[in-house]
Ligand binder design. Structure first.
Ligand SMILES: [Zn+2]
Length: 439
């Protein structure tokens, strides 16, 4: 019996001595039990492998189906986001618009027909046809647009622009740009080169209008100005130079006769720089005020010496031209200066000269004074007699204090029979009562 070599360890192979020098044949060292395990695996693994493959293929199929469904749903969402069903409207075979539906079209048609009748157009009978369609949502016109497009198939209607002021129509222009030009010209006319503000709410409404209601630019402008339809307020600030008038001060001078004056200092007007604000309403000045005023040159006050010395003739006094009741004294009356004395007497009372002198003026109709006489007493002193009924002297005639010169009356601007009597020195009226004495 041949002793067996102990098995060589290494790589799990037995190397036979007879086969040394050549490549040893490898023999598996697995025991028979191990060979049985391999067989079980070989039996089970293909089944498992088949099952996994099946599961994988089923998962892939489901995912694929789900993805397809998802894509289809997305496509549907996207599609119906942009596309819809509608109705194509044609008139006389020409495309007019796409409506939402037939119902929408008939509603618009009815509205168009009503507008046509309101404009006196009774032959609005468009020959239309309707075709269902699938179309972009953006191409669908609303009922008002469809109505307008239908109206525009008639030669009686055009596109235009109506100007409204305070919600009332002012004019209809051929376009918004023309309407705006008309309004801009109007505002410019009333701007007065100032700061403009509008007091009216205006709006431009682009719409379909009856052709015969559209006015040309000039007519639109005329309508706007005629109606003064827009309230334009313009505030103009202007820098101007303004004259400051000088004041006059008087000083009594006893060395000068009444009516005589001597200028001591000449008056000189001043100047100021003024900012003036003027408010215009549609071109008409409404108010004006001074915002700032700076004196550039102050004015110089005029100083005048005024005589107070009485003439000798008045120092001794003059006689009443007639006797009667004083009905209105010398002085301010009814806001005016009454430069004489009214003596109430019945018409036809003789009037005597108040002092000797020369008749310097006679008039049969001296305006409000009626029949009128003036007598010059020398030294600048004169007496006057008004509202007479008869004049009995002539110019140049010498008279004395007892000469009858006229008859009293009620001529000229007079409220009743009376004599209006004046005394003047150097044309300065004096209060007769101060100088009159009884005969
Ligand atoms: Zn009088």
């Amino acid at each position: 019996m041949q002793a067996e070599h102990p098995p060589l360890r290494g790589g799990g192979f037995i190397i036979s001595p007879q086969n040394s020098g050549s490549i040893p044949k490898a023999k598996p060292l697995s025991p028979p039990r191990k060979k049985k395990a391999v067989k079980i695996k070989e039996l089970i693994f293909p089944v498992l492998n088949d099952y996994c493959s099946y599961a994988e293929s089923m998962t892939s199929l489901i995912i694929s189906k789900l993805l397809s469904a998802l894509i289809a749903a997305c496509c549907a969402v996207v599609f119906f986001k942009y596309f819809t069903f509608g109705t194509i409207i044609c008139v006389d075979g020409t495309y007019v618009a796409t409506a939402n539906s037939d119902k929408s079209f008939y509603s618009a048609y009815s509205a168009a027909d009503t507008i046509a009748e309101q404009n006196g157009i009774y032959d609005f009978k468009p020959d239309f046809s309707l075709t269902p369609t699938l179309t972009l949502k953006s191409s669908i016109k609303n009922a008002q647009n469809v109505r307008d497009e239908l109206l525009l198939t008639s030669p009686h209607f055009v596109r235009g622009c109506v100007l409204y002021s305070k919600n009332a129509p002012v004019f209809s222009a051929e376009s918004k740009s023309v309407a705006r030009e008309v309004v801009d010209d109007y505002i410019k006319t009333y701007s007065m080169n100032g700061t403009v503000s509008l007091g009216s709410d205006i709006s431009f409404k682009e719409c379909v209008i009856s052709r015969d209601k559209v006015s040309d630019k000039k007519k639109c402008s005329d309508l706007l100005f005629q109606k003064d339809a827009i309230a334009v307020t313009s505030v103009v600030n202007k820098a101007i130079e303004k004259e400051i008038p000088f004041e006059t001060k008087t000083q009594n001078d006893a060395n000068l006769y009444i009516g005589e004056t001597v200028t001591v200092t000449e008056g000189i007007s001043g100047k100021s720089a003024v900012t003036e604000e003027t408010v215009y309403y549609n071109g008409t000045q409404k108010s004006s005020r001074i915002l700032t005023e700076n004196v550039i040159l102050p004015p110089v006050t005029k100083v005048v010496r005024v005589g107070t010395k009485e003439k000798e003739v008045l120092k001794t006094g003059v006689l009443y031209p007639l006797e009667g009741v004083i009905s209105s004294p010398f002085g301010s009356r009814w806001g005016k200066m009454h430069e004489g004395l009214d003596i109430a007497v019945s018409e036809g009372t003789p009037v005597l000269a108040a002092e000797c002198g020369t008749v310097s003026y006679v008039s049969e109709n001296a305006g409000g004074y009626g029949k009128f006489i003036r007598i010059d007493h020398g030294y600048g002193v004169e007496t006057a007699y008004a509202h007479l009924s008869k004049i009995e002297v002539s110019v140049g005639q010498k008279v004395n204090a007892n000469t009858r010169i006229a008859l009293s009356g009620n001529t000229g601007r007079s409220t009743g029979p009376h004599l209006h009597f004046e005394i003047t020195q150097n044309d300065t009226p004096l209060d007769p009562v101060k100088y009159l004495k009884k005969r």
